[in-house]
Design a protein around this ligand. Sequence first.
Ligand code: NAP
Length: 259
Amino acid sequence: MDLGLKGKRALVCASSKGLGRACAISLAREGVNLVMVARGAEALEAAAESIRIESGVTVTAIAADVTTQEGREKVLAACPDPDILVTNAGGPKPGDFREWSRDDWIAAIDANMLTPIELIRATVDTMIARKFGRIVNITSAAVKMPIEILGLSNGARAGLTGFVAGLARQTVAHNVTINNLLPGPFETDRLRQTAAKTAENTGKSIDDVMAARLSGIPAGRYGDPAEFGDACAFLCSAQAGFMTGQNLVLDGGIYPGTL
Ligand code: NAP
């Protein structure tokens, strides 16, 4: 299926690795020109170069921390009017809420709620003016099924989800959709980091933690980031213009509800 995206511009945040990188790859394969962002310049440039070689699209790499005002200004200066915005940032640290200070909460809310909202604020009106826009927020399956040790993520991402639910119904009349993609366990650095934290807390090995987690996934495997990237590309497609304000869970069947 041709997703109707050839020649569009996408700003893909936190995209040198993992799920953000997979979204960048899938969009590039549809002929979308990219602005990719991550803090570490080396991994970012390597990811950008491999996409340029594979897809032939224009890729601009901006090394910046998207969770800071300064970082966002740098990113938006390079890409003030994207057709597609994929918001993403590292997830908050795991732990016990008794150990978290107000500053920990503010950092989580800044990274996983206010940063996407600020990026949407900066770009949505030009999308509306051009009558095309696709905004995809990478959140977490924890929005539907909270993860005990990720209270900072559960809380901050729920705030973003509530905000998006309201705005997405206002923008869709202008062919600007806003949806959230909710990853379950995908095989990325982040997954291994949370497994390491659980291993540390429980005294088990990381391999045992990974195996125990695997046993709870109906699909019988971890997610492949490429599957996530292709779901993102579909949400950005011309064909997905009637779909807005949705929370699409990709978790290999873990979420047990009917709806
Ligand atoms: P990952 O493999 O660790 O990759 C994170 C990417 O984001 C890297 O490119 C990193 O590069 C970049 N990044 C992190 N913080 C950034 C910042 N402040 N500014 C700019 N770039 C930043 O993580 P992932 O697994 O793809 O996870 C992506 C998101 O999905 C996270 O919020 C995570 O919590 C959530 N999630 C993931 C899973 C999973 O199974 N993988 C499940 C649920 C939710 P630099 O470090 O160089 O900046």
